[in-house]
Design a protein. Structure first.
Length: 401
């Protein structure tokens, strides 16, 4: 019987060394999770055991150290969750390896060519629509189309000590028809043509002003105006304080047609000053690059200074990650023992946090593995000794015969 016991010990120790060897071999594999072997004794209806067997090889899903990535699409996870991957046949896999790049069609893939999945941004401007389906994320290379300006803001201070304008006929070329130097504002039409809008202020009476706007790029038929009333504390009482912007069509684009919000204007006994004006809209732009935010959002930047949401990576977690089936290539697949996946965005529910431009290192502890290797080697030698001893006993019996 000792032969079978010793042999089972040799097999078990050999498999244990295989696990240790695999851990050490993958100590530099991104997202690798260390394995550990579990043993169970064998009985066959007697008080003397039949040996040992390997009952399971378990994996530890503790976090690896998060380090700097080398690519713009590198990602790392801390906490619960896996990247959700999909092959060309539609089969779903799960991984902690965050090394991704873009393929020839713009899809985000891993080193094995499997698609990274998440929510694709749609609409203008692109957003993640409620109830969006999870699928492969694609990064388009196309030009960002222009957006026409449809609103803007302008605020600052008008000097209360300014003289009242006596020339009540406004003329941009006649400085006696307004009180302040023009404020220039940039706006864009439907084709992305840039327009310069000048805003003028004329004091018409104490605490009363008139604001004028004129499209200097496509002047059209004149100017727009609105009256502004201030109280004795210099606070604007006009509500709503809107100055319309209107011009002519320019180089095929639609004419500008939007309002500037002047709500923040004040009138104080200080110099004329305007804060930086803002308007919506922008010219068309070419993609300069893309990054992954810490919430899993893929953001593209363009030559027109704008950024645009392209998609958002999702994570999946399981009730029992240890029940996942290892498929190689740093991937696992769902099993009845793992339970069904819970999928969501970074930081939601019990999902961990996804970090852009980071990579999760292997969680292998090399010092521990070296100690385990020594222990299993001694175990192997000890089992070999039981077989040798049993052989010597049999030889003694043969000699007695």
């Amino acid at each position: 019987m000792s032969f079978s016991q010793g042999l089972s010990g040799l097999n078990a120790a050999s498999q244990a060394l295989d696990v240790v060897g695999n851990n050490i071999a993958n100590s530099q594999t991104v997202g690798f999770k260390t394995g550990s072997i579990a043993f169970a004794d064998v009985f066959a209806g007697s008080q003397v055991g039949m040996g040992v067997q390997v009952s399971a090889v378990n994996q530890s899903f503790t976090d690896g150290v998060l380090g700097a990535g080398t690519g713009s699409l590198d990602m790392g996870i801390q906490g619960n969750g896996f990247f959700r991957l999909q092959n060309e046949a539609g089969r779903v896999f799960y991984s902690r390896n965050g090394q991704f790049q873009k393929d020839a069609n713009g899809y985000v893939i891993n080193n094995q060519g499997m698609f990274l999945t998440g929510y694709q941004a749609t609409g203008t401007p692109p957003t993640i629509q409620p109830g969006a389906a999870v699928g492969p994320i694609q990064i388009p290379d196309g030009q960002m189309p222009a957006r026409a300006s449809d609103s803007g803001t302008l605020n600052g201070n008008l000097p209360s000590g300014s003289d009242v304008v006596t020339n009540t006929t406004f003329d941009p070329t006649d400085s006696t028809s307004y009180s302040t130097a023009p404020t220039m504002i940039n706006a864009y039409d439907s084709l992305g043509n840039k327009h310069t809008i000048n805003v003028y202020f004329a004091k018409t009476a104490d605490n009363q002003w008139t604001a004028y706007s004129k499209d200097m790029t496509a002047p059209g038929d004149g100017f727009q105006q609105t009256a502004l009333q201030f109280d004795t504390s210099g606070q604007l009482t006009t509500n709503p304080a809107k100055l319309h912007v209107q011009g002519a069509a320019y180089h095929g684009g639609e004419a500008l047609n939007f309002d500037l919000d002047l709500t923040g204007m004040t009138q104080q006994a200080s110099e004329f000053s305007m804060n930086s004006p803002t308007t919506t809209g922008y010219a068309p732009g070419l993609m300069n690059g893309y990054t992954v935010g810490d919430n899993g959002q893929v953001i593209a930047s363009y030559s027109n200074g704008q950024q645009q949401l392209l998609g958002q990576v999702v994570l999946s977690n399981f009730t029992n990650p240890g029940g996942l089936s290892s498929q190689g290539n740093n991937c696992w697949s769902e099993t009845p023992e793992s339970g069904q996946p819970v999928t969501g965005t970074s930081g939601s529910g019990n999902l961990g946090t996804l970090y852009g431009n980071k990579l999760e290192a292997s969680n292998v502890d090399l010092s521990k593995e070296m100690v385990n290797m020594i222990v299993y080697q001694r175990n192997y030698q000890s089992n070999s000794q039981t077989i040798k001893t049993q052989s010597e006993l049999l030889q003694t019996l043969v000699n007695l015969g």
